[in-house]
Design a protein around this ligand. Structure first.
Ligand SMILES: NC(=O)c1ccc[n+]([C@@H]2O[C@H](COP(=O)([O-])OP(=O)(O)OC[C@H]3O[C@@H](n4cnc5c(N)ncnc54)[C@H](OP(=O)(O)O)[C@@H]3O)[C@@H](O)[C@H]2O)c1
Length: 397
């Protein structure tokens, strides 16, 4: 079935979203204005393979979602969303999990709920209040407007709507206020963009950043679950002396690295690099911000690293940068020069923070306006799943 036209979808969903907002506010306030909540409070906790009714205590917390759909639940990002939900980060009265026909039937445990993934279809968004899409741009373009038309607010992990002027592109540590300006769809930025923006933004607020030159070291899991399996298989094959057959990536990923596997544009930048440039300008709301990026895929299982060179409007010292980043939300300074311990994927994996180290004055900028950073962040988590959940928390708290 074709998706509904965006305009009618938005109009129809407006009333439903207001209902959801009222519902959420009631829960955050702990009031008894919502008759639905009172009804649920009288019910015993019960579970089916689609949903769980929470206890009244659980429902009083912030970040309550009435019915959450996770599209792409069997993928690398979708699994991470389920893991975050299992940690109780977001309270959802009902959770429905979707994939293609391939993943349908997969059991996924979220806390004490045993759920079963279903194939995405026309009835998937009935009574869904919020949806997180992590199933690729094509699926988002087709199904996100459809979900909005059915009354859901969508947080989309794909690049389908990111540069659409009517769609907020949100990193909660950077531009949380923009979240309310949505027409049903909110976009999660590109993973490398998020990992760069989280530590650069608090510096930019103190001393405007005039130029960014970034080089990425991007893990295999950035290309999804199949790419993670490819790194495992190729590593084993390589060590066993067997021939290596690239399938997901264009080149061998084990014991190798290569320029990011996205198409090169007329300007010589690949799509990943172009996303980092365009999305950062939108998120920082500085259309003229000078940025250059070089994106590289490396044989790391999980968590991206980035070397970031910054030029500020005014001189700034490494100590000032350390001091600002020490209290910056979503950032952890890992800058042990004596111990030579700096951000590493192995330390960033599974964590929420972007690790920042190698903080030093750029020796090539004698006017004191240049700073070098090296960062590492779990792109499945802060670069995708966690950022999406944080957006839902912003919407519902
Ligand atoms: N990986 C990252 O670090 C990362 C970071 C930021 C953003 N993203 C974005 O997040 C999205 C998902 O990435 P991923 O890495 O999780 O990919 P992935 O591991 O390949 O997972 C893709 C998911 O989409 C589902 N899917 C595929 N075709 C579908 C269809 N026709 N209908 C319904 N579901 C379908 C898959 O289900 P089946 O099991 O049925 O195939 C699977 O659950 C992409 O848009 C990606 O650009 C990824």
């Amino acid at each position: 079935m074709a998706g509904w036209p965006m305009a009618s979808a938005v109009a129809e969903s407006s009333r439903r979203r207001n209902e959801v907002r009222r519902h959420s506010t009631d829960l955050a306030d702990g009031t008894k204005r919502d008759p639905g909540r009172q009804r649920i409070a009288r019910m015993k906790t019960r579970r089916t393979n689609r949903e769980t009714i929470l206890t009244p205590d659980q429902k009083r917390s912030n970040g309550f979602v009435r019915h959450l759909a996770v599209v792409g639940a069997t993928g690398a990002v979708g699994r991470e969303i389920c893991s975050i939900l299992a940690d109780g980060r977001l309270r959802a009265e009902k959770i429905s999990l979707f994939s293609s026909s391939r993943g349908a039937g997969t059991p996924i445990r979220i806390g004490d709920r045993q759920l079963v993934v279903r194939e995405l279809g026309d009835d998937s968004f009935d009574k869904v209040s919020h949806a997180i899409f992590s199933a690729g741009g094509e699926r988002s373009r087709k199904w996100a407007p459809f979900a909005v038309g059915a009354g859901a607010v969508v947080v989309d992990n794909s690049s389908a709507f990111r540069m659409d002027r009517s769609v907020p592109l949100v990193i909660p540590e950077v531009n949380p206020a923009t979240v309310s300006r949505h027409d049903g769809i909110i976009a999660n930025p590109n993973c490398s963009t998020i990992i760069m923006n989280v530590p650069v933004w608090p510096l930019h607020r103190v001393n405007p950043v005039r130029r960014i030159v970034v080089s990425t070291y991007q893990s295999a899991s950035g290309a999804g679950a199949a790419a993670m399996r490819e790194l495992e298989t190729q590593s084993a094959d390589h060590l066993a002396g067997r021939s290596v057959k690239p399938e997901v990536f264009p080149h061998p990923i084990a014991f190798n690295l290569f320029s990011h596997n996205t198409p090169i544009g007329d300007d010589g930048y690949n799509t990943e690099e172009r996303k980092m440039i365009d999305e950062t300008r939108k998120i920082f709301a500085v259309e003229t911000l000078a940025i250059s990026a070089t994106c590289v895929r490396v044989p790391v299982y999980r968590a991206h690293c980035e070397s970031i060179n910054l030029t500020f409007e005014n001189p700034i010292t490494a100590d000032e940068v350390r001091e600002i980043l020490a209290t910056a939300p979503g950032v952890k300074v890992v800058d042990d020069q004596a111990g030579n311990h700096f951000p590493m994927p192995i330390d960033a994996t599974g964590g929420d923070a972007v690790l920042v180290g190698r903080i030093r004055k750029d020796a090539s900028q004698p006017d004191g306006r240049g700073i070098e950073l090296f960062v590492s962040g779990d792109q499945l988590r802060k670069g995708a799943a966690l950022n999406a959940v944080q957006i839902l928390e912003l919407l519902t708290s």
